[in-house]
Ligand binder design. Structure first.
Ligand code: NAD
Length: 344
């Protein structure tokens, strides 16, 4: 049975929106109708580069589509998504879902009421290193996460927690299925007006702990997450698109066939020595943006829940806000101690 082509448009064609336009053009089940952006120079450039239509108004674009991809600054996410869902049309919205948790919840409720899809752009869920893990169920007791990038003024209108760390928060919440018990965080603003580096310790009710660091003022890029669980250590490198698993095994375990490299080694010496199995997993052929947009189109076509739904977007935002709250409380102590008033 041939599936319906979903008519889709993009709102906001800046740095990331341009990639949405490019990738949507590659998806057979999608028909890119055009886009809307407030920047007229950008309109001309994108129209020319991708031979697509720049609509004069958001309403004009909305009237022609089944779905919209919203890639504008976060402050405008709510109003565009709300209008779209109200018109019974599906929404793909970039992360963070909205500025406030209340706005996010309103979008979730509206999507449910109007029975349309709401997917959030937590793109690291589709990083080749994560996809390579396949259906292996991780059961981490401790997670160590580092996301360090070079300074770029883009994105500095919000703290690094909402700009970068929210990717890791979403991933951690997808691996640890337990409510957050407490958070202890600190952050420092160095170049921009908002925190450029932040660290938090998230304690979960099941006893698991995540230690998360994000920085946008690093000399070197690094995007790694390490999982520690009974009998195994898993290292995920988002930049390389590679995951590595070190497991303690009993000597009779044999390597399985598959799309990965396996080797055996020994940890320790003498009678305390344990066999370990090392597995390297990669899935380099995946384009994460194309993959998540394809899943969005598929969710509409097959009427199944989106890969990352609005509720998950709101949950990540809730935890990010709790981290910011903890940072603010910590900053109060620092300011009182050092006698700092308004940053001076
Ligand atoms: P950007 O500043 O490069 O682009 C934003 C675009 O939106 C610009 O072209 C601007 O003209 C347009 N715009 C601004 N206000 C508008 C309005 N009211 N109506 C229509 N168009 C408007 O920003 P960006 O880096 O592309 O980020 C856009 C969104 O994507 C943000 O929410 C950001 O958090 C998110 N983002 C996600 C990732 C990711 O990894 N998933 C990465 C970068 C950005």
């Amino acid at each position: 049975m041939s599936r319906k082509k979903i008519k889709i448009g993009v709102v906001g064609v800046g740095h990331l929106g341009r990639w949405h336009v490019q990738q949507l053009k590659t998806i057979n089940e999608a028909e890119l109708v055009g886009f809307f952006d407030v920047d007229s120079e950008r309109n001309t450039a994108i129209e020319k580069e991708f031979q697509t239509t720049a609509f004069k108004s958001f309403e004009a674009l909305l009237s022609q589509v089944d779905a919209l991809s919203i890639v504008t600054p976060t402050t405008t996410h709510f109003s565009y998504a709300h209008e779209t869902l109200k018109a019974n049309k599906h929404v793909f919205i970039e992360k963070p879902i909205t500025e406030t948790v209340d706005e996010g919840q309103q979008l979730v409720e509206l999507a449910e009421r109007n029975q349309v899809k709401l997917q959030v752009g937590h793109i690291e869920r589709f990083n080749p290193a994560i996809l390579a893990l396949g259906d292996r169920r991780l059961n981490p007791l401790f997670i160590e996460s580092h996301r360090m990038s070079n300074f770029n003024p883009r994105g500095t209108d919000v703290a690094v927690v909402l700009d970068l760390m929210i990717h890791d928060i979403d991933l951690i919440l997808s691996f640890i299925h337990s409510p957050v018990k407490s958070i202890d965080a600190s952050g420092v603003s160095i170049i921009s007006q908002k925190e450029d580096i932040a660290n938090c310790r998230i304690n979960f009710e099941n006893g698991a702990v995540a230690n998360v660091t994000a920085s946008r003022i690093s000399n070197r890029k690094m995007r790694k997450m390490r999982f520690f669980q009974p009998n195994a250590y898993i290292s995920v490198d988002f930049l390389e698109g590679v995951s590595e698993i070190y497991e303690l095994v009993s000597p009779e375990v044999h390597p399985k066939e598959g799309n990965f490299a396996i080797s055996f080694g020994t940890l320790g010496e003498g009678k305390n020595a344990r066999d370990i199995r090392y597995t390297r997993l990669e899935k380099k052929e995946v384009n994460p943006l194309q993959h998540e947009l394809k899943l969005f189109i598929e969710a509409i076509n097959k009427d199944h829940p989106p890969a990352v739904d609005g509720k998950q977007g709101v949950r990540a935002l809730e935890v990010a806000k709790a981290i910011l709250q903890s940072i603010a409380e910590h900053a109060d102590i620092v300011n009182k101690h050092w006698g700092i008033v308004n940053g001076h």
